[in-house]
Design a protein around this ligand. Structure first.
Ligand code: ADP
Ligand code: MG
Length: 156
């Protein structure tokens, strides 16, 4: 498996721009785990991804509903935030597994809370906080994940 790639992104707008690049690099499908503390920038990055798919409206963290679906013509993006998930078994009752189809892009905030009940990720994006910027590390975890990473490196 190839190496992690790392970026320093200064300011919210560069996080959004990175999300757009990630949307392109994903070719519209895959499973992306988003790691990082509260306030790291996971939802900001998700907004950028959604902008990349043409969604211009608001993007709020789906904290209470666990998942916010964005079904846009040919592209389906499912934005999860599992922060408030009590027991990962609930994921089965909620029927969320159906979202992880082959033709969708799934963004998952707080994947650790769903451990054992989520499909494996193609890439894991870890965001670390700095006062005026964020360090973003992208780790490929599948063949598709490696493709995503090589697209990201090309556009750097
Ligand atoms: P999370 O979903 O991880 O809790 P948010 O996406 O809500 O975090 O972002 C928290 C804050 O971080 C927002 O105010 C956003 O403007 C800021 N932020 C996001 N990315 C960056 C960045 N690259 N540099 C500086 N601030 C950022
Ligand atoms: Mg969030």
């Amino acid at each position: 498996m190839s190496e992690k790639i790392e970026f320093e992104l200064v300011g919210e707008e560069s996080m959004v721009a990175f999300g757009r690049r990630l949307a392109d690099a994903s070719q519209g499908w895959g499973i992306i785990y988003l790691e990082g503390d509260l306030g790291a920038g996971k939802t900001t990055l998700s907004r950028g991804v959604l902008r990349g798919f043409g969604h211009e409206g608001a993007v709020k963290s789906p904290t209470y509903t666990l998942v916010e679906p964005y079904e846009m013509g040919e592209s389906n993006v499912y934005h999860f935030d599992l922060y408030r998930l009590g027991d990962p078994e609930e994921l089965d009752f909620l029927g969320v597994r159906e979202y992880f189809g082959p033709h969708a892009l799934c963004l998952v905030e707080w994947p650790i809370r769903g451990k054992g009940y989520l499909p494996a990720a193609d890439i894991e994006v870890s965001i670390t906080y700095k006062p005026d910027s964020r360090i973003v590390r992208v780790e490929p975890l599948s063949e598709h994940g490696q493709t995503i990473c090589s697209h990201l490196l090309q556009g750097r």
